[in-house]
Structure formats: structure tokens, C-alpha cells
Design a protein around this ligand. Structure first.
Ligand code: SF4
Length: 169
């Protein structure tokens, strides 16, 4: 199985979400929250899109890459900085490094927070990312779907209806 950035983000969100996604069960297109996130990404960068190109690295696509300055840009609609976002961008930097681009950095924009988070790839991250990839393989290749996590994030997850079918609010 080829690991991509969505797998990495989901590993840092919920193992069940990762498993469902890897088994072709996708509900993101029905989510207003995801649509809103995409809209924020499009509108925030519409005036400076020329600086960035879309970069395909095998099975990984970076939407906004500034090749001149070696900067990966990512826009998140979230109202808080999340570990999953940072992990996703570190993975982009890791894949860039594998492709021979050393020293790239990431910048995550949070328009709702009017905040930006800088992401760097340290040597210890590379070891951790190898572990993430192994964890993803193990979870996705299991025949057993991980249990519902009953966490706050379930309220904004596109799989909420799927996971809590038959349960009262
Ligand atoms: S609703 Fe909760 S348990 Fe289900 S996939 Fe989403 S985060 Fe995981």
C-alpha cells in the first residue's frame, strides 16, 4: 500500500477514520465542513496563486509549493492548530527530501485564527515518520475496523453518521 498525506493526517486523528478511508469508504464530499475548508483555501490564495505550483510527488500531491523558496503552503479552516496538520506537512517535507529537495519548510495558514505555523523537518522526525508509515500499514491491512473513539472530534468528522448510526444525539 502506498502511504499518502491523508493517511498521515488520519493516523493523527483517529485510527478508525484511517481504516475506513483506506477501505474506500469516503464521506468527505458530503461534508459542509470540508467544503468550507476548500473554499477558504481557494479564496485565501486566489490573489497570489502565481507564486505557487501544484506538485505531484508519486502518490502525494502538494497543492501549493513555492519552488523558488522551497516552501510548502497549507491552508486550514480549523480554529485551532492541530497535530494532524503539522504531521501532514512534515510528511510533505519528508517526501520532498526523498525526492532530493533538502531544506524545504512548511507554512500552515489558519485564516480563522489569523495565524501561521512554521513546520520544519528535523532528523528525529524522519525516524518518527518511518514509524507512522509502519503503523498505517498495520492498521489498514487489519481485517478489523478500529472501534469508535467517542471523542470531541467525532462531532466534526465526516464519518459521524456512519460511526454513530442508530445512536441518539
Ligand atoms: S466519527 Fe469519530 S470514531 Fe468515527 S471515524 Fe470520525 S473520529 Fe473516528
Amino acid at each position: 500500500m502506498l502511504v499518502n498525506a491523508t493517511h498521515i493526517a488520519y493516523l493523527h486523528t483517529c485510527n478508525r477514520k484511517l481504516w475506513l478511508f483506506s477501505h474506500g469508504i469516503q464521506m468527505e464530499h458530503t461534508s459542509d465542513i470540508v467544503s468550507e475548508g476548500k473554499l477558504i483555501g481557494e479564496t485565501s490564495y486566489s490573489d497570489r496563486s502565481e507564486k505557487y505550483t501544484e506538485l505531484q510527488l508519486g502518490n502525494v500531491k502538494i497543492d501549493f509549493y513555492d519552488a523558488r523558496n522551497k516552501v510548502v503552503h497549507e491552508v486550514k479552516k480549523s480554529d485551532k492548530v492541530e497535530g494532524a496538520h503539522i504531521a501532514q506537512v512534515k510528511y510533505y517535507l519528508y517526501r520532498l527530501r526523498q525526492a532530493g529537495v533538502n531544506g524545504a519548510i512548511g507554512i500552515i495558514e489558519y485564516p480563522k485564527l489569523r495565524q501561521r505555523e512554521e513546520v520544519l523537518l528535523a532528523e528525529k522526525d524522519i525516524h518518527a515518520i518511518c514509524g507512522w508509515e509502519a503503523d498505517i500499514q498495520r492498521i489498514c491491512e487489519s481485517d478489523i475496523c478500529p472501534a469508535v473513539i467517542h471523542a470531541q472530534i467525532c462531532k466534526s468528522c465526516s464519518y459521524q453518521d456512519f460511526c454513530y448510526v442508530g445512536e441518539e444525539d
